[in-house]
Write a protein that binds this ligand. Structure first.
Ligand code: C2E
Ligand code: CA
Ligand code: CA
Length: 552
């Protein structure tokens, strides 16, 4: 199936027509949102080959299941139809994709990706094939070797100097997207050129470096001990940091030590990148070594991903409720909805074992919507049984803000179950407010207008606490449990908590303390005029049946 350039799909004739066009050929086809990389549609062939991937990010189909693709095939696509050859580790073979820019029926710019051939090719053939994308081996923006030239150079050096130890290092800019958003793409480009000039300056003509894609660069060096690698990285990092831009350029590094020569160079880079992700967002750690442990974690993650859809169908995700109490009179005044996975083999799994993964692969959209619906069903049932319903608060993962229409989802739930909106509180974690405060605020205002109460979860855990309550309209702050726990020991900590509560009161915000574990905590919080408490001192999260016994 060959599709013309700037194709437009509209729903005038119904989605059925689009469906029949895209199912007409024998090729697996998916449609990707150009902005969010989310899969908007897949035809039957793609469904057969990859399973249901709608709403997932496209790397779930192109490459590795764990991390976004190293050589993002849709990055920098031209307006024309382009063909790219990639090793696909879901299909375990090299395949050829044809990409066409289209306008999807909802007006979004999208990419139509069609799998046009699946020849068996070795990793080296793949490198050669992808090389056709470029003509002089130099990246046009930064004038450093492209990823394919980098792969070639690295292969040559590593295989012809078997007596030496090599390390492959991959790095990128922290929050590069924010730099682009705030200062413009051309400043972002300048930052990339600055990095290229640092690499040229440090390595000269060695050509042991390259730009992989976007803001990701790589280099390889021979080394005698690990300290030597870190010193190299520190030097590069400092030079990048010491720029004259009006913003700071922080970089995070992942290191892969070349020991097994059967690992292809692109996989070495992938592994270095996986390591670099563990250094991200940690101010004290700017580099990390790849460790086999990551591989195990990846395998574990793959296993969870294999089970998650079935678990949702089988209703293995259970709603647990943790009571909240008014400190003024120790009265039960609400409960937080927390998820537990009752896994048939692994037993009860806590959310920390799967939520972070679901936030990466997008499954959190489905799980959260399911949990919110469980909360609505519960409130409806209480009402039908003639009980006074207890307000429930649900967690909203950060992923929803950019990938979901929260207003529509909640409106649908409220309409379907006919429950008073004030019985559902939305908990939004503080770290969410860091990224795009305006966008988030817009979403939150919509929800508030519908009548929902908003709660800032984990307040005090990040750096943005004070700015946050100045800029964003929320109703309640929930002081982070770690903060309370560690700070309680010191007099200074008590002063901080006291002042946080005072300030919240002045701003007419309600205050909840979570992680309340001892009588001492309770006494202190009562004295500090904290409104509500939640924690093991009162009760742990429990299944609905148990909660019903406790509360009615
Ligand atoms: P969170 O929203 O901060 O939830 C409070 C966590 O603190 C819960 O952990 C709860 O069991 C725990 N906790 C409550 N009282 C105490 C206490 O006195 N001491 C200590 N040490 N811990 C206490 P849990 O259930 O393991 O959940 C962990 C996190 O997973 C939650 O943190 C929330 O961010 C996330 N989560 C849980 N369920 C969902 C869900 O359905 N959707 C989303 N998006 N996130 C969820
Ligand atoms: Ca919460
Ligand atoms: Ca919390």
């Amino acid at each position: 199936m060959k599709l013309s350039n700037s194709l437009q799909f509209n729903t005038e004739n119904g989605m059925d027509i689009i469906d029949s066009i895209l199912n007409a050929g024998n090729n697996p086809t998916i449609v990707i949102d150009k902005e969010t990389f989310e899969i908007l549609y897949q035809n039957k062939k793609a469904l057969e080959l990859f399973g249901n991937k709608v709403k997932f990010l496209c790397h779930e189909v192109f490459n590795t299941k764990e991390v976004p693709c190293m050589d993002c095939p849709i990055f920098g696509l031209s307006e024309n139809t382009e063909t790219k050859v990639r090793y696909n580790d879901i299909l375990e073979k090299t395949v050829s994709w044809e990409f066409t820019n289209i306008k999807w029926h909802n007006g979004k710019m999208a990419i139509l990706a069609t799998l046009v051939e699946t020849k068996d090719m070795s990793a080296n053939v793949m490198v050669a094939a992808t090389r056709e994308d470029t003509y002089d081996g130099l990246d046009s923006l930064t004038d450093v070797p492209t990823y394919s030239a980098f792969y070639d150079n690295a292969n040559k050096s590593i295989y012809s100097n078997l007596d030496k130890n090599y390390a492959v290092v991959v790095f990128d800019i922290d929050r590069f997207k924010t730099i682009n958003d705030l200062y413009g793409m051309s400043k972002g480009d300048d930052a990339l050129k600055h990095i290229a000039s640092v690499l040229k300056d440090v390595f000269g003509d060695e050509c042991n470096y390259g730009r992989m894609h976007s803001d990701m660069f790589a280099f390889y060096i021979d080394y005698k001990n690990k300290g030597e690698i870190i010193r190299h990285i520190e030097k590069i990092r400092k030079k990048i940091y010491n720029s004259e831009f009006e913003f700071v350029i922080n970089t995070s590094y992942g290191i892969y030590l070349v020991e097994d020569l059967s690992v292809p160079i692109n996989l070495m880079c992938d592994r270095a990148m996986i390591a670099s992700r563990t250094a991200k967002g940690n101010v004290l750690k700017f580099c990390a070594f790849y460790d086999e442990q990551y591989r195990e974690e990846m395998l574990k993650a793959n296993e969870i991903e294999k089970d998650m859809n079935k678990a949702l169908e089988n209703e293995d995700f259970k709603m647990y409720l943790q009571p909240k109490y008014k400190l003024a009179d120790d009265r039960l005044c609400g409960a937080e909805v927390l998820c537990r996975w009752l896994h048939p083999d692994k037993g009860i799994m806590p959310p920390m074992d799967f939520i972070p993964l679901f936030e990466k692969n997008g499954f959190i959209l489905k799980l959260d919507e399911y949990m919110w619906e469980q909360a609505c069903i519960t409130i409806r049932k209480w009402m039908d049984e003639g009980r006074t319903p207890i307000p429930l608060s649900v967690n909203i993962s950060r992923y929803h803000i950019q990938h979901n229409d929260l207003e529509a989802v909640f409106r649908k739930l409220i309409d379907k179950y006919q429950i008073p909106v004030e019985l559902l509180t939305l908990e939004i974690t503080e770290s969410l407010f860091l990224d795009k405060p305006e966008e988030l605020n817009r979403e939150l205002v919509k929800l508030q207008k519908m009548g929902f109460k908003l709660e800032v979860d984990d307040f005090g855990a990040g750096f943005s606490s004070l700015n946050l309550i100045r800029n964003v309209t929320v109703d309640t702050i929930k002081i982070d449990k770690d903060f309370l726990d560690s700070e309680m020991a010191s007099e200074k900590g008590k002063i901080v908590i006291n002042h946080t509560i005072d300030m919240a009161k002045d701003l007419r915000l309600q205050v909840i303390a979570e992680g309340v574990e001892t009588q001492e905590h309770v006494d202190f919080l009562k004295k500090s005029r904290c409104d509500i408490a939640q924690g093991y001192y009162f009760a742990k999260p429990m299944p609905l049946a148990e909660f019903n016994k406790l509360s009615f």
